[in-house]
Design a protein around this ligand. Structure first.
Ligand SMILES: [Zn+2]
Length: 169
């Protein structure tokens, strides 16, 4: 029987064995996107329409690694959840595809996330604070920030941990 073109997690040096993943998923859409590199239909992800606190995290739906923060999420009008920076230098990896698009994968488990284009927001339109801490590994060119065009199915929303309120006065 011919093998499906599954991505091999072992092809990435940053990945340990499958047993080390915190999260795995048996959701069919998630697996098609994450492991086979398919693209979900535009405008279908609930992540396009949710309201999120700035410190909320969007993590890899396969291994749970944090990939993006809500403070870099913006409405690109593309129909896919969009971010103008990655979470940190070790979050995502890149691969140039045959059609010259830049593929973006989870660096930890090498799952497919989406693509990066150099037509994101202009730097002066985003939070200077958040911009300053952008990973140096993010792709850069020209006057625009990158647009991480990500399948919502590849992400899990994690609310920011609530601070303990000490209300015993
Ligand atoms: Zn992952």
């Amino acid at each position: 029987m011919p093998c499906l073109p599954m991505f091999s997690p072992k092809s990435s040096e940053n990945v340990n064995t499958k047993d080390d993943y915190e999260v795995q998923t048996w959701n069919p859409l998630r697996l098609l996107v994450l492991r086979l590199g398919l693209t979900e239909l535009a405008m279908t992800s609930p992540l396009n329409y949710g309201k999120y606190a700035p410190d909320d995290i969007f993590a890899c739906a396969y291994c749970g690694a944090p990939l993006f923060a809500a403070n870099a999420k913006y409405d690109s009008g593309s129909g896919w959840p969009s971010f103008w920076r990655s979470f940190e230098e070790t979050s995502v990896s890149y691969k140039r595809e045959w059609d010259n698009r830049l593929e973006c994968r989870c660096r930890r488990c090498s799952s497919h996330l989406g693509h990066v284009f150099m037509d994101g927001p202009r730097p002066e339109t985003v939070s200077a604070d958040v911009l300053q801490k952008s990973p140096v590994t993010d792709p850069r060119s020209g006057a625009y920030l990158p647009r991480f065009c990500i399948n919502g199915a590849a992400l899990i929303h994690r609310p920011a941990p609530k601070e303990e309120v000490n209300d015993k006065s």
